[in-house]
Design a protein around this ligand. Structure first.
Ligand code: MLT
Length: 410
């Protein structure tokens, strides 16, 4: 009989956000009149920017004419978009990245998940804890995680706790770590690393010949000056870091799907025979084999995000969400609950009162005030006792949710 990849058996049966959706659906079926407010999954709710919609319409018209129709595009992305990204996201910050170091894709979830394809099975993986579950689950699938302990931790993964006690600044690994996942501004805690803090990680990676997989999906939400938008703002990062970017939260593309990954030609990893191979070459090989490119119309839409009007419009939407973040922070503090994040990120991370477990807090919040959030423990063992709310709702819903929480008899 054909064999499965056994690693899928040791994974938890459902992905975190699928499990939450299942619980919410069950509650809704049992309580059809409940007015549920969803501040759980980080999915955007505001419509696409008019500049993006216009570009989409134009691109659709091009696809409908023989003279301008396009079939397969370059797997790495069209040059018009790669050039625009280089100019806007890097050259404007004094960072030298060339267009052939940019790989356009259908989003950062796929890229952070797929990147492991080109990395050896024996690498030791390090993750912050709590962490975006994709990094861990995809390494379980690849057989790099080992076995799961009773508290949910995998014995081959190096966990870097981020808690109230260290103010969510992870300490450098004490054990060997070859591949380090960092997401800043952070999902789920909404916290950041300042320039000097991120520099320690780049220095560590250079010294230990490790690679940093840097997820910058929330960079557009940064409001403070000392928080780097790109890891390449740090000297030496181009030798050791891969960066993932996304249009999902920046420009409301969660349904449209577009992101990109920067793979500098200077980042190398070793074969078993100690030959140094640029990851750019391998990622190109992987993408050309397994991916046929992001849709032309979507790439035109992404290009429009960088136009003058596009920039203005997506900024307004980000400000809209960050106003929600302020409402959430205020409401949570008014309730006497400690919270973090929500200043440079659309996530608010709160400490559950009276040490209520994350899932109990989830159940009570859903059952007693009909608000959905995400249990911290779903992001890793050190997320236990914490809970995440997102700022991606409407002002009305966010206000209403906070009022319900403030009035809640906890
Ligand atoms: C989240 O809620 O953490 C996000 O939706 C994750 C994602 O972007 O996939």
């Amino acid at each position: 009989m054909a064999l499965i990849n056994d690693n899928f058996i040791i994974l938890s049966e459902t992905y975190l956000f699928s499990e939450i959706a299942r619980k919410v659906t069950a509650y809704k079926e049992a309580n059809p009149s409940a007015n549920i407010i969803r501040l759980g999954i980080g999915d955007v709710t505001r419509p696409l920017a008019p500049a993006v919609v216009k570009a989409l319409h134009q691109a659709v018209d091009e696809m409908g004419q023989a003279a301008t129709f396009r079939g397969y595009g370059p797997e790495q992305g069209y040059d018009f978009l790669r050039q625009t990204i280089v100019q806007h996201d890097f050259a404007s910050r004094g960072i030298e990245i060339s267009p052939d170091e940019i790989f356009v894709s259908d989003g950062a979830k796929s890229d952070t998940g797929n990147f492991g394809d080109i990395l050896g099975a024996d690498n030791i993986i390090a993750v912050t804890d709590p962490v975006y579950p994709v990094y861990v689950d995809t390494n379980v699938m690849a057989g790099r995680a080992g076995e799961q302990n009773a508290n949910g931790a995998w014995n081959k993964i190096v966990y870097l706790p981020c808690t109230f006690e260290n103010q969510f600044i992870p300490a450098l690994p004490e054990k060997r770590a070859d591949i380090i996942y960092l997401c800043y501004p952070n999902n789920p805690t909404g916290t950041t690393l300042k320039r000097a803090e991120l520099k320690q990680w780049v220095d560590y990676a250079r010294e230990h010949e490790a690679i940093i997989l840097f997820d910058a999906a929330y960079e557009a939400f940064i409001s403070e000056p000392d928080v780097p938008h790109s890891i390449y703002e740090i000297e030496g990062a181009k030798e050791v870091a891969i960066e993932f970017r996304s249009f999902s939260k920046t420009a409301g593309f969660t349904g449209l799907r577009c992101g990109y990954t920067v793979v500098p030609k200077t980042v190398v990893a070793s074969t078993k025979k100690n030959e140094h191979i640029p990851l750019n070459r391998l990622w190109n090989r992987r993408q050309t084999t397994k991916f046929n490119g992001t849709a032309y119309i979507v790439q035109r839409a992404a290009e429009a995000v960088f136009s003058v009007e596009g920039q203005q419009q997506v900024k307004e939407t980000i400000d809209y969400y960050m106003y929600n973040a302020t409402l959430i922070r205020k409401g949570i503090e008014q309730k006497g609950i400690t919270c973090f994040g929500g200043v440079n990120a659309p996530y608010i991370w709160l400490k559950t009162p009276d040490s209520i477990s994350s899932w109990e807090f989830f159940d009570r919040l859903l059952n007693e005030v009909n608000v959905v959030g995400t249990p911290g423990v779903g992001f890793g063992p050190h997320g236990e006792g914490y809970f995440r709310l997102t700022a991606f709702g409407s002002h009305e819903q966010t206000r209403e949710a906070m009022q319900r929480i403030v009035d809640w008899k906890l």
